[in-house]
Design a protein around this ligand. Sequence first.
Ligand SMILES: [Mg+2]
Length: 490
Amino acid sequence: MAIYRKCHSFRTLLTNQLKFNFLLNEKKFTNSVYKCNEIPKSSGIKLSDLSDRYNTKFNVVHTASSVEPRYVFANNELDLSDIEVYGFDYDYTLAVYKESLHYLIYDLGRNVLIEKYKYPKDILKLDYIPDFAIRGLHYDVENGLLMKIDSFHQIQLGSVYKGLTRIDDEEVLNLYNGSYVPQKLIRSTGGGEQLRMKQLNDLFSVPEICLLSNVTDYFNRNHITYSPEILFNDTQNAVQSIHPLMHKMIDENLIHKYLDKHNSLNTFLHRLKDNNKKMFLITNSPFKFVPFRHYDIESDCQKWEKVSTLERGNIYMEGTVHQLLEMTGWKGNSILYFGDQIYSDLADITLNFGWRTGAIIVELEREIKTFNSEDFREAVSALQALQLLIDESHKTNDNHLLDQLIQQRDALRARTKTLFNPQFGSIFRTHNNPTYFSRRLFRYSDIYMSFVTNLCNYSMNHIFCPRRGLLPHESNISQVHIQDNQSNLP
Ligand SMILES: [Mg+2]
């Protein structure tokens, strides 16, 4: 069978993990589940045809070409010739850091927990675990659980952790009375209330989550009574408090150890300058760390006079977006602003001021490489083909067949998730839906990319257009499904 030749790695997975072997061998398929003469006539499905039909569906969904990791992706139409001003956030937008910075943040945060908050010295033995967490996760401060939530507020089962321990699906379903998280727990209504679900949205939060999970695990193992909310607040405050120390440590001599140098950044910024584009940088990092802040350089402090105009080459601090627009005369839709934090960098300026926005998501490059890998493509094609068979099987009375297909699908889902991150999967999707993080990304950014210099691959007048994605009722896969179904119609 074609599937057998194609999927060597996948074949091993199926052989080892799944009882239902029809994907590999038609004979095994019929022997392992039914004999042909036992097929209920009411099912409308001829089992001898199932593997062929699976292959047809697999091939339909397996033909997509690879995605270039350095593309710029459009959520909304954006004509670059309309853009006169380019603005940038600093950390993880213009400055992208190596993973060594996560180790440093973790170590410094852990020290603060011990020295300032008097946490047990034993936590010194708990090291940073790379790839434990991803950004965009939610932490339930009441139950002390870390989890991934999708755009429909559904918890992704299998991605819920207390400390370093995965929580059983049944326990999660009992705790939340299902898998739905009500809006009031997750989204502020603007009344300044404390939310029970805290979302961890930036890359600095990845080492913070790991520290929180390690400490939680230590407390659990040693039967130390604690409030998850207090642990969360202490960890967050500890990590936030290290920024001045971190900036002091990362001086000119050490910057190369932490900063991922992109030579093309110079080319990119010069290209903007040569095309008479105005540029500005907004950062909350100290001036000595980023040499673009409102300081009087000679006296090394801020001036006292009221600022009524903004002059090129000067550094300003504080102020508001509204004042910035008033003083410069810039129109919101002529500004393209880049940031890595969906809420604090992008949401307000696009919702309230109409700025065009570009999100910088450094994880994108790695996720696209996984997406392009043969392992992933085969697994996801098989998943979609299986899902179509499951859809068809629903109209039968054959619950045993349906159970087998669902069991196989669930094993494959777990496998595809692990290809991105063993605990939490992709930052962009759960099994079927975009994540909560993705939904905000698509809403608050016009374009998104792994790094700003990806724009060097496009002209200064490029018009970005979102791909005309198929709506569920327009899917060509569904059309294959319908055509196949029609052949079964009486
Ligand atoms: Mg940033």
